[in-house]
Structure formats: structure tokens, C-alpha cells
Design a protein around this ligand. Structure first.
Ligand SMILES: Cc1ncc(COP(=O)(O)O)c(C=O)c1O
Length: 395
């Protein structure tokens, strides 16, 4: 078996889709004389809400802030419990813990890598004030089921859609069906404002609550005071946060928003090409496709069937790197980290599906700037490695 040629350049796991549109938009904002939160932030909020099909969107400086401030505005406090998944980036749980609440993890579904409404329901207690499902990799959670559990229990449903911009759950866009939804505009995500995030909701009081605390809980922010007779006058009405988005960031976001529809078919085409190419390899498992709704394909998470291979996951990734193809692990489950073991009373062995996934996952390059040759290089490298290390294959 001849190995595929090593690529002459490194294929990144992800690269942002930035061109002159973003450069010009940022330059115009910089030249405008107004850099902080102003008209461009308001425009991004309006256009984002209309894209998602929800009533309100509130811009922040990260998805972590979006999660944290929404929980605070939704009344989550010390002594409350927030249910979430251990199979996510630390921000999902960190944001909940920063409210003073306790985090309770429930194990994921082995096929989708998402938590299921049944598991959430089984973990509910009278202290549960919020449920934070995460649409991992862009695979939408069962939001109708989650909504049902949350509504019956009177808990806030706040989905973490850092991976799921443009995904659909049932017939609706993710972001239009939770109590509220948090999005990330970090550089690796579908769209970027460098650092940034957004909360979407149909709940006017919740949107006002987040807006009210994102800029020091001042009764009127600097922009709103500009046109008044006494622009220096304001009150501080609650415990504030400093989590607002800037107009320069929003200018980049507005240019990125225009690129969203065009990138979704490219993401889907790459993901489908991988899944088709690997379908005949019993040594690997391709990602599940949603039974209803649509995937946002933020990540392509391949899983190795360890017993069928004589190479472990880490060495598999290193071997891809040797061929100049980046690959990585999403995620180390949160209950394996020191902080969560110390603060949440969790330990290794508690969430077998999350641990099993962790031991097998390999995230492959997936971003809209990849061309066909890039995609085929990944297909060839993975196929060659799997065949080379298959324990036994009928020829
Ligand atoms: C699932 C998930 N939630 C939240 C975040 C936090 O996003 P941000 O960096 O915008 O705070 C991330 C970031 O990668 C993430 O992957």
C-alpha cells in the first residue's frame, strides 16, 4: 500500500473566511469616529434576528457572556442547578457556574453526541432553574423534547448554539425555538466578529434583561445618551457586567453575515464527501445525520472503532499531521477536568458515553475555503491510514 504524498502545505483544521469586505467594513467603522457600541451593533442585532426568525437579538462580546448573562437575566443564582452536557467546551458549564449555580451533567446519546430530553428529565430536581443543551458539531438537539421538559418544569431552556448557526431543528432555525439561544462569533465559527456572541429569544423581558446588564447595568448606554439634553445623566440599576460588542466588531460581523448562506452548501458538500468515502470502512463511524432538521457542519467528528484498528486515536491524529493534515479532538469531557471534579462532585466513569466518544473522536478539516483537492487529500489520507492499520480486512 503506497502512502498518499505528503501535502506541500499544512491543511488547517479551520481558517476564517475573511476578504476585502471585512477589511473595508472595519476600516469604515474605524474612520467613523464611533468605535464602541452604537449603530452598527444595533444593525447586526436586527439583521441577525431576521436571519434566525426570532424577535430579539442582543449582541455581546462572546458566547460565554451570552450564556452567562442570559442565565443571570433569567433568574439563575447561587443555590440553583443548571443541567448541561459534559461533552462540550468548558465555556458551556463555566458560564453557568459563574452565576453561582451548581452544574449537573447528564450523559450524551452515543449516536448524536448530544444530551437527550429523557436524560434531562431524569436529572431534574426542584432546584433546576435552567437547561443548557449544546448542539455539538452543529447537530441539532431535540429541541421540541427539551422545550416540553423545560416548560413542564418551569425551567429556562437556553441552548448553546456556538456550533449551530444555520442549523434547523424540526422545521425551525436553531435560535428561534429555545427560551433563548447563545451563538459564538469566535474566529473558528461560521461567522466571526473576532470575539463576539449573540443571544436570540422571543421573550422581550429576557432580551431587555440581558441588554440591561451587558454595559454596567447603566440605565442608558453611551450611544443612547448622545442625543439627549443631559448626556452625562444615568443611573446604575443592578449588578453590571462589561460584555458589550463594539461597532468595529459588529462591522466585521455585518460583512460576515452576507457570506453565511454561501458557505452552508460548501460545508455540507465536504461533510457528505467524507461520509460517502468512509462509509465502506467498518473501522470508522461517520457522524450521524439529523433525523429531523439540518446539520450546520461546524465540525466533522469521525469516530475510530478501536477494536478494529491497531493504532490508537492519538497516534492516528499524529499520523495525519505527518501527512500535513491537521486533526484534533473535540472534546475532553468536562468531568475529567480538575476544576469540575473539585466543584461538581464528578469523576472518571460517571458518563460512559461521553468518555467512549472522547477516546475515539478525530475532527477533520472542514471550512468553506477548502477546495476539492484539499477534501480529497483528507479522504486519501484517512482511507490509507485506516486500511494500513485495520486489524483484519477481507480483501
Ligand atoms: C460549545 C461551545 N460553547 C461556547 C463556546 C464559547 O464561545 P466564545 O469563545 O464565543 O465565548 C464555545 C467556543 O468554542 C463552544 O465551542
Amino acid at each position: 500500500m503506497t502512502p498518499p504524498p505528503r501535502r506541500s502545505t499544512k491543511l488547517q483544521l479551520y481558517a476564517p473566511w475573511i476578504d476585502e469586505d471585512e477589511v473595508e467594513a472595519a476600516a469604515a467603522a474605524l474612520r467613523s469616529g464611533w468605535l464602541g457600541m452604537g449603530a452598527r451593533v444595533a444593525e447586526l442585532e436586527e439583521r441577525f434576528a431576521s436571519l434566525i426568525g426570532c424577535e430579539h437579538a442582543v449582541a455581546l462580546n462572546s458566547c460565554t457572556a451570552a450564556l452567562n448573562l442570559t442565565l443571570v437575566a433569567g433568574g439563575v443564582h447561587a443555590g440553583a442547578t443548571v443541567i448541561t452536557t459534559p461533552y462540550t467546551f468548558t465555556a458551556s458549564a463555566e458560564a453557568a457556574m459563574r452565576t453561582g449555580a451548581d452544574v449537573k451533567f447528564v450523559d450524551i446519546d452515543a449516536a448524536t453526541l448530544n444530551i437527550r430530553p429523557e436524560a434531562v428529565e431524569a436529572a431534574l430536581t426542584p432546584d433546576t432553574k435552567a437547561i443548557v443543551p449544546v448542539h455539538i458539531a452543529g447537530h441539532p438537539c431535540d429541541m421540541a423534547g427539551m422545550r416540553d421538559v423545560a416548560d413542564r418544569h418551569g425551567a429556562l431552556l437556553l441552548d448553546d448554539a456556538a456550533h449551530a448557526l444555520m442549523a434547523r431543528t424540526g422545521g425551525a432555525r436553531v435560535g428561534s425555538v429555545g427560551g433563548a439561544t447563545a451563538f459564538s462569533f469566535y474566529p473558528t465559527k461560521h461567522m466571526t466578529t473576532i470575539e463576539g456572541g449573540m443571544v436570540t429569544t422571543n421573550d422581550a423581558a429576557l432580551a431587555e434583561g440581558v441588554k440591561g446588564i451587558r454595559y454596567h447595568a447603566m440605565s442608558r448606554d453611551t450611544w443612547a445618551r448622545q442625543e439627549t439634553r443631559k448626556p452625562w445623566a444615568y443611573d446604575v440599576v443592578a449588578q453590571g457586567h462589561k460584555c458589550n460588542m463594539t461597532d468595529v466588531a459588529a462591522a466585521v460581523g455585518l460583512a460576515q453575515l452576507d457570506k453565511l448562506p454561501g458557505q452552508m452548501p460548501i460545508r455540507e458538500r465536504i461533510a457528505m464527501r467524507y461520509s460517502e468515502a468512509f462509509a465502506d470502512l467498518p473501522e470508522v463511524e461517520t457522524p450521524a445525520v439529523p433525523s429531523s432538521g439540518s446539520h450546520a457542519w461546524h465540525l466533522y467528528i469521525l469516530r475510530l472503532n478501536a477494536e478494529a484498528l491497531d493504532i490508537d486515536r492519538d497516534d492516528f491524529i499524529l499520523a495525519l499531521n505527518d501527512l500535513n493534515i491537521s486533526a484534533i479532538v473535540h472534546y475532553i469531557p468536562l468531568h475529567l477536568f480538575t476544576h469540575y471534579q473539585r466543584t461538581c462532585g464528578v469523576r472518571e466513569g460517571d458518563f460512559p458515553n461521553a468518555e467512549s466518544a472522547y477516546s475515539r473522536v478525530v475532527s477533520l478539516p472542514l471550512w468553506p475555503g477548502m477546495d476539492e483537492q484539499d477534501t480529497e487529500d483528507v479522504v486519501d489520507a484517512v482511507t490509507w491510514l485506516v486500511k494500513k492499520h485495520a486489524r483484519r480486512r477481507a480483501s
